[in-house]
Design a protein around this ligand. Structure first.
Ligand code: GLY
Length: 319
C-alpha cells in the first residue's frame, strides 16, 4: 500500500513576481496533506487540509484573496469527492465562508444533497456549526485595486476574462493508505464574473472527479471551457484507458486545447499512486509527493509561446 498527494495553485499567466509565493503555497499545502496521509489519515481529510492551506493563503484565487466579481464582491465555489463511494459535496456562490472546502465536505458528510448554493448553502453552514464571516474579510487590497482599475471596462459578459490574472483555482488529489482516492478544490472564479456565475470548480466531472476504480483529477483554468469539455472526467477516463497519469493528463489537455482553444490545466493520480499533470497555459503552480520521494517537490510548470501564438500543451516534466 502507498500514499500520494498532488496539489495545484492555478494555471494561468501568473506574474513572475508571484511565482515564489505560489510555489511556497503549493509546498505548504502538499506538506499538510502528506502529513495527514503519513499518519494514516484519509484521502478526504488530506485534500480538505491541503485546500484549506491554499484558501487561507491570499496569493491564490480561493478563499481570502479571491478575484472580485462585477459588483466588487467575492463569491466562492468549492467541491470535494470520495473515490471509494463516489459521495460528493459542493457549494457555489457563497459570500460569507472563509473555507468553502470545509462547507463542501459538510455537504458530503450530511449526504442529503450534493450541491448547495448561495444563501441556502450559508444557512446550511450556520445550521451545521460552520461560522459565517464578514464578506469584507475575504477582499484583499491587490484585488480591490484590480477591480477599481478594470471594473468599469468589463460589463460585457465574458469581457472580464483576464488570462494574465494573478491566480486561479486551487485543488488537490490524494491517495490514502487504504487505497482510497479523493479530490477537492476551491475558487473565487474568474475576475469580474457576473454575480451568480458558477464555474467548473464545484461541478463533478468538470472541475473534479474521483473513482477508486479509475483514478482522480482536478482542473484549473477557464471554467466555461472546462465545463463544455467535462475535463476532469475526460482525464479520468483517459487514466482508466491508458493507465499512465502523465499521458492521460496530456491527452485530455490536447483535446481541451484543440477542441475549444482551452486555457487551463489538470493534475491527476492513478489508483496505484502515480501522479500526472499538464497545462495549456503559460504557467501552472503545483506540488506533489509520492511514496518514492523524501520530500514534497513544488514548482512552477512553464512553457513558451509558439510562433503561431498558441501555447503547446505542456506535459509534466521535472525541473
Ligand atoms: N476554474 C475556475 C473558474 O473558472 O471558476
Amino acid at each position: 500500500m502507498t500514499i500520494a498527494i498532488i496539489v495545484h495553485g492555478g494555471a494561468w499567466d501568473i506574474p513572475l513576481a508571484l511565482h515564489a509565493q505560489h510555489i511556497a503555497g503549493c509546498r505548504a499545502a502538499a506538506e499538510a496533506g502528506w502529513d495527514l496521509l503519513s499518519k494514516g489519515g484519509s484521502a478526504l481529510d488530506a485534500v480538505e487540509a491541503a485546500v484549506r492551506v491554499m484558501e487561507d493563503d491570499p496569493v491564490f484565487d480561493a478563499g481570502r484573496g479571491s478575484h472580485l466579481n462585477q459588483d466588487g464582491e467575492v463569491e466562492l465555489d468549492a467541491g470535494i469527492m470520495d473515490g471509494r463511494t463516489l459521495d460528493a459535496g459542493a457549494v457555489a456562490a457563497v459570500k460569507c465562508i472563509r473555507n468553502p472546502i470545509s462547507l463542501a465536505r459538510r455537504v458530503l458528510t450530511d449526504g442529503q444533497h450534493v450541491f448547495l448554493v448561495g444563501t441556502g448553502a450559508e444557512r446550511f453552514a450556520q445550521r451545521t456549526g460552520i461560522p459565517l464571516c464578514d464578506p469584507a474579510e475575504l477582499v484583499v487590497e491587490r484585488e480591490r485595486q484590480a477591480w477599481l482599475q478594470q471594473g468599469s471596462k468589463a460589463l460585457v459578459p465574458g469581457a472580464g476574462f483576464r488570462p494574465q490574472a494573478a491566480a486561479d483555482t486551487v485543488g488537490a488529489v490524494a491517495l490514502d493508505i487504504k487505497a482510497n482516492l479523493a479530490v477537492g478544490n476551491s475558487t473565487g472564479g474568474t475576475f469580474l464574473k457576473l454575480p451568480g456565475r458558477v464555474g467548473d470548480t464545484p461541478i463533478f466531472g468538470c472541475g473534479l472527479y474521483a473513482d477508486n476504480h479509475m483514478g482522480a483529477a482536478v482542473c484549473t483554468g477557464w471554467g466555461e471551457q472546462i465545463m463544455k469539455t467535462v475535463l476532469a472526467k475526460t482525464t479520468v477516463d483517459q487514466l482508466a484507458w491508458l493507465s499512465d497519469p502523465m499521458t492521460a493528463a496530456q491527452v485530455a489537455l490536447v483535446y481541451f486545447q484543440e477542441r475549444i482553444g482551452g486555457l487551463g490545466g489538470v493534475i491527476c493520480a492513478a489508483p496505484d499512486g502515480r501522479v500526472g499533470w499538464a497545462h495549456s497555459t503559460p504557467y501552472m503552480a503545483f506540488g506533489y509527493r509520492t511514496a518514492d520521494m523524501q520530500a514534497v517537490r513544488a514548482q512552477m510548470g512553464r512553457q513558451k509561446r509558439q510562433a503561431n501564438s498558441a501555447y503547446q500543451v505542456e506535459r509534466g516534466e521535472e525541473e
